[in-house]
Design a protein around this ligand. Structure first.
Ligand SMILES: NC(=O)c1ccc[n+]([C@@H]2O[C@H](COP(=O)([O-])OP(=O)(O)OC[C@H]3O[C@@H](n4cnc5c(N)ncnc54)[C@H](O)[C@@H]3O)[C@@H](O)[C@H]2O)c1
Length: 324
């Protein structure tokens, strides 16, 4: 994956046939006027990651005779970049693609590492594929229009990177919070890229990126089902906090470090506004986690900043006891 700037993207769109997948938010947005394409598919982030959207785009690509020499370009948040990657991996068994993440979360996480996928049934990311984009375009000015929650919790994955091993990010956030957007975004991309390069298929090391996501994804699915959706970032923050509590109960994380990290997280996210989560209600949603083995639920064991073990497995019964 090569990072290119906006002008280079415009040049590619002039020289190649491109099919653009665009988040609804950007309908009529002036900054996209320069992008050359007769084929623009607008989609709402809410149903982007669905089989029906995939079918519509596959049909359009076929009808318009797109080939493996053309490009897919995905412009939007993680929902659009996940969809674009999945389409790029599956259409004609692989067509080149370019990602333009427009949310903080997509720029620092979703668009990095080649994972694409769609939700199915009530399971998030149930069907997916891995294919790295040819090019990545990060334009921090897009973040200026993000809604309050997307701005506040968009840093969730950067905080996760700081906790699981990026000392540079940990120090920067501790000293300056989220002031230096360019630094945080570029270091986060660098950190995730470094892990993905060593383990693209998530056979071992890459699994550490799932810290906070066992409970976070289950909470996200639960909230969606309740028709009270929480952003992915908010779910990851709440998931990391609850998983730290579990790790303390299991003796993996000391009480003092857990308390210190809880305070650190509480200072950087507006958690006081959230009504307490009923984690027992979230429990059934753990059964579909991709890290599970048989009846065992997969967790990333968190033993302190930079100390993680990606292979922890707990029975549902144990998790239930720990969540009570
Ligand atoms: N592939 C991966 O490795 C990976 C990692 C983390 C998350 N994800 C996925 O990413 C998705 C969440 O991504 P997200 O948090 O970016 O949310 P999102 O894509 O759902 O976008 C959130 C909202 O922001 C709007 N939006 C997008 N860009 C905007 C902008 N510049 N200004 C104003 N509004 C804008 C969208 O229209 C939407 O309403 C989830 O589906 C999650 O599973 C994937």
């Amino acid at each position: 994956m090569i990072t290119i700037d906006w002008l280079e993207l415009i040049r590619i769109s002039k020289e190649k046939r491109v099919f653009v997948l665009l988040d609804d938010f950007f309908q009529g947005h002036p900054c996209l006027d320069d992008l050359h394409s007769e084929h623009v598919f607008f989609c709402s982030s809410l149903n982007a990651k669905s089989l029906s959207t995939v079918e519509k785009v596959w049909s359009s690509l076929l009808e318009n005779h797109f080939t493996k020499h053309d490009f897919l370009i995905g412009v939007g948040g993680g929902s659009i970049t996940d969809l674009t990657t999945f389409l790029a991996a599956t259409y004609k068994r692989g067509i080149p693609h370019i990602l333009v993440p427009t949310t903080l979360l997509a720029a620092t996480d979703a668009a990095i590492g080649g994972k694409g996928g769609i939700d199915f049934g009530n399971s998030k990311n149930a069907v997916g594929a891995i294919k790295e984009p040819e090019f990545l375009v990060v334009q921090p000015q897009f973040f200026q229009t993000l809604a309050q929650e997307e701005l506040e919790y968009g840093w969730a994955e950067v905080v996760k990177h700081a906790l699981i091993g990026s000392t540079e990010l940990y120090h920067e956030i501790t000293l300056n919070r989220f002031q230096d957007v360019d630094f945080l975004v570029s270091k986060s991309i660098e950190f995730k890229k470094g892990i993905v390069e060593k383990d693209l298929m998530e056979l071992n090391l890459r699994k550490i990126l799932n810290f906070g996501h066992t409970l976070g994804h289950a909470l996200e699915s639960f909230q969606n089902e309740m028709k009270q959706p929480f952003s992915h970032g908010k779910c990851v923050v709440l998931g990391m906090l609850k998983e730290m509590e579990i790790m303390e109960k299991l003796g993996s994380l000391s009480n003092s470090e857990k308390t210190e990290l809880n305070q650190w997280i509480e200072q950087i996210f507006p958690l006081q506004e959230i009504t307490p989560i009923s984690w027992i209600q979230v429990l059934p949603y753990l059964k579909n986690d991709k890290k599970n083995e048989g009846n065992l639920i997969g967790f990333v064991e968190f033993c302190g900043v930079g100390k993680v073990n990606p292979e922890m497995k707990l029975s549902l019964q144990t998790v239930q006891t720990l969540l009570s």
